[in-house]
Design a protein around this ligand. Structure first.
Ligand code: B12
Ligand code: SF4
Ligand code: SF4
Length: 316
């Protein structure tokens, strides 16, 4: 094992972090200070106040943590933000599963890579106190990734990277040592409104994404019956929705993912209502343990298949 060589009194070398991140396989890595941007905190608080979070009550909690990363890592100074590209070619299927959910759960893949980066950094910097996150804590991940310069926030509310577009997962390491920080980028949507106009339920506006209407929310997160307004506008989506990303000019001609883990594989590949109905709850949990589809659960997936299947029959 290499002996730690640097002490806490020095800054993290941003170039070294990026080099290590690329060696581990991240598609990009940028660094910012650990103070959440005030405008994004205000945007988030307003979004909750006007109930755009639908029934995701967990988002209403821990606002103090969202505002102060030192509640996650004492004396937090720096956030190292990374992305993994999951873009892939897909056939237009009768039963559509969102691109992000066809392979292995990104939480597993991202955490493994973040842990490798954290270990490499600890070799270099004695005294480094850090934690890794990906969709696993009350952190405004898009806001930090944008602040670090990994992209800009589009009208579809996604982080848009200049090279990889928005089909990316975000992860971060929060740590207690300062660094030289990257600049945010100034690109934006300009006058484009393609995603706003393409969203079948009109969920996108200057107030952000309205989860009460969003197909992604209703087919994944909503544990209850999908309300009539959205149900009527679902066409083939049985899990998630990519429409507001598919239409985005920044997502045309972007590189395909280099991670086989994210490509279509079992159990998503041959998923059908018959297969789901044949599984006991424990068989379902066992087979779907590494799949994002686990989140919806068997009952919800069956209901979504029925909804889409009935539409197919009635020719809607
Ligand atoms: C709740 C949640 C959802 C909800 C709500 C999404 C939403 N847009 O708010 C639902 C279930 C709908 C959802 C769907 C998806 N999600 Co999601 N989700 C989250 C989660 C857990 C919290 C997001 C949140 O706080 N939302 C509240 C809003 C207000 O905050 P925000 O989206 O982060 O936006 C911030 C800024 O972007 C900015 N902002 C947002 N909208 C706007 C609009 C304007 C006009 C302006 C000026 C600023 C602005 O202000 C916000 C506050 O800082 C994050 C993980 C995390 N901890 O951040 C993942 C996360 C945002 N999701 C992610 C993904 C991949 C998806 C899906 C693609 C999955 C799918 N296909 O179904 C879709 C994309 C749909 C979409 N267009 O957003 C990724 C996003 C990657 C990226 N490149 O942007 C994240 C970061 C998870 C991760 N670690 O990779 N998600
Ligand atoms: S994910 Fe689908 S339903 Fe949700 S905002 Fe985007 S296009 Fe609209
Ligand atoms: S489709 Fe147009 S408006 Fe929507 S995020 Fe992309 S560039 Fe921005």
């Amino acid at each position: 094992m290499t002996k730690p060589t640097k002490t806490i009194n020095i800054k993290i070398d941003a170039k070294l972090v990026r080099k290590l991140a690329f060696e581990i396989g991240f598609d990009d890595c940028k660094i910012c200070n650990a103070n959440p941007p005030i405008k994004d905190i205000s945007f988030f608080e307003n979004w909750i106040a006007i109930n755009k979070n639908a029934d995701m009550a967990y988002l209403e909690k821990n606002i103090n943590i969202r505002k102060d990363t030192s509640l996650l890592v004492p004396n937090s100074k720096t956030i190292i933000c990374v992305i993994l590209n999951y873009n892939q070619k897909l056939d237009d299927k009768e039963f559509y599963i969102s691109k992000y959910a066809r392979g292995k759960d990104y939480h597993i893949v991202m955490k493994e890579k973040l842990a490798s980066l954290e270990t490499a950094l600890k070799q270099e910097y004695s005294g480094l106190i850090s934690r890794i996150f990906t969709d696993s804590a009350p952190i405004l991940e898009r806001a930090f990734a944008s602040k670090a310069g990994l992209g800009f926030i589009g009208k579809n509310t996604c982080l848009i990277h200049p090279k990889f577009g928005s089909f990316t997962f975000i992860g971060e390491i929060i740590c207690n040592i300062e660094a030289n920080y990257d600049d945010s980028i100034t690109d934006n949507c300009g006058t484009c409104e393609l995603c706003v106009n393409a969203c079948p339920v009109g969920a996108l506006s200057s107030a952000g994404l309205d989860a009460n209407k969003c197909i992604s929310y209703h087919t994944i997160e909503n544990k209850n019956e999908i309300p009539k307004y959205t149900a009527e506008r679902i066409t083939n989506q049985v899990f998630g929705c990519d429409i507001c990303q598919d239409v985005c000019p920044y997502n045309q001609n972007i590189p395909l993912t280099k991670y086989e883990e994210f490509l279509e594989s079992e159990p998503a590949k041959s998923l059908s209502i018959n297969k789901l109905e044949a599984l006991s709850n424990s068989q379902f949990k066992k087979q779907f343990v590494s799949s994002p589809l686990l989140r919806a659960g068997k009952r919800k997936l069956i209901a979504n298949y029925k909804l889409v299947g009935e539409k197919g029959k009635s020719g809607e």
